[in-house]
Design a protein around this ligand. Structure first.
Ligand SMILES: Cc1cc2nc3c(=O)[nH]c(=O)nc-3n(C[C@H](O)[C@H](O)[C@H](O)COP(=O)(O)OP(=O)(O)OC[C@H]3O[C@@H](n4cnc5c(N)ncnc54)[C@H](O)[C@@H]3O)c2cc1C
Length: 342
């Protein structure tokens, strides 16, 4: 919104809401627009120069596949005509698996009852408990001596955060978690139906690599060590969701039973020059013309930290490239050159 609002009046900007984009339209291998659904209406939008897909790490590979960009044999099974063979579409899915503990506290100093009419009013004025993002303390940690960079990130939430925060906290408390920063395991987003409203099949394969589990176990043990010492120890009333002990077997059982995403999926349309790369260094999709993917799906691997700012940085960078490109294309008489095939 901070990008759109200042330019909302521009005559060359149109925002269409409630449209589910179903495919990129091609003339040969050149992207010329997109098709979308608004309820039962099929809408078509034409692009004079380029189409930029930014559906995120789950949806961008789905949209490319639905548009005929992917693995030939899978497209044939889905009965989607092939536009360009790109074997890496939907592969290389990576994310930060997160495992935490929750503890109830003595007293009422948490965000348990923070959401009500009064606090909403305070928030509209820029203050009150809702003006925090909830994650008030963080940290980075090397789980093994000699590691050059941290492999675990801590998040402390001043409420009992369980079940992805979808249920109201039952008591006053806090949550402390460790996420694995550079997971080795890779998953996949697979399109299972040519119907664009069918969700893709998402397999994360969390802890599929031994090192990922090792980092999680060591990170969780450190979490318990932090909670057991001052100043948290004095605040703690008791465990709400925690492993039975800090023995490896109990930590692993807790991880396998309670680990969840920390919502940082990336990598399914990865940037690079290897055979599984989907976009080049300017986010242009290989094998076709006038099509870019600009979102977290192009990150070759998940950054060692949160993903929102890197995604914004990527988008700003590509916006600059597009602006320069527009000037180049105008000079070339409107012809958009294709990137080299990986
Ligand atoms: C609950 C949650 C909490 C998070 N907290 C943090 C945080 O604290 N810090 C941080 O750095 N990151 C956080 N993230 C991660 C961050 O939001 C993402 O990394 C970032 O938004 C990725 O940007 P993106 O452009 O790749 O995808 P998105 O932001 O997901 O944008 C994709 C957009 O495309 C739209 N879309 C998808 N398919 C279609 C289609 N077919 N037609 C039309 N529209 C479509 C979607 O509706 C969405 O609006 C959080 C994510 C979640 C889900």
């Amino acid at each position: 919104m901070c990008y759109l609002h200042p330019v909302a009046e521009r005559p060359n900007l149109t925002v269409k809401t409630h449209v589910h984009v179903t495919k990129v339209l091609f003339e040969g291998t050149r992207a010329v627009g997109v098709e979308g659904l608004r309820l039962s209406d099929t809408l078509e939008f034409r692009a004079a120069r380029e189409v930029i897909v930014c559906g995120g790490a789950y949806n961008s590979p789905q949209l490319l596949t639905l548009s005929g960009i992917g693995r030939e044999e899978e497209l044939a099974l889905l009965q989607i005509p092939l536009v360009a063979e790109l074997p890496g579409v939907g592969l290389n899915l990576s994310d930060h698996p997160n495992v935490g503990v929750t503890f109830t506290i003595k007293g009422e100093d948490s965000l348990k009852d923070a959401l009500n009419d009064a606090t909403l009013g305070q928030w509209m004025g820029g203050g009150g408990p809702l003006s925090t993002n909830g994650v008030q303390v963080g940290g980075f940690f090397r789980t093994e001596e000699g590691m050059e960079v941290p492999d675990v990130q801590f998040h402390l939430v001043s409420a009992l955060f369980e079940q992805e925060g979808l249920l109201p906290p039952p008591a006053h408390g806090f949550s402390l978690s460790a996420c694995v920063l550079r997971p080795q395991a890779r998953g996949q987003v697979a399109v299972v139906s040519p119907d664009p409203t069918t969700k893709p099949f998402i397999v994360h394969n969390y802890f599929g690599a031994e090192q990922d589990l090792r980092s999680a176990v060591a990170g969780l043990r450190e979490v318990l060590r932090i909670v057991a010492q001052s100043p948290l120890a004095e605040l703690v009333d008791g465990p709400h969701l925690a492993p039975a002990s800090s023995e490896d077997a109990d930590l692993e059982a807790h991880i396998r039973a309670t680990a969840q995403t920390i919502y940082h999926p990336v990598g399914t349309c990865k940037m690079g020059e290897d055979p599984l790369a989907v976009v080049d260094a300017e986010c242009r999709v290989y094998g076709v013309e006038a099509l870019r993917v600009v979102d977290a799906s192009v990150f070759p691997s998940v950054p060692r930290g949160n993903t929102n700012a890197p995604t914004i940085a990527l988008a700003e960078r590509v916006a600059d490239l597009v602006r320069r490109r527009v000037a180049e294309v105008e000079r070339a008489g409107g012809v958009v050159p294709a990137p080299a095939v990986a």
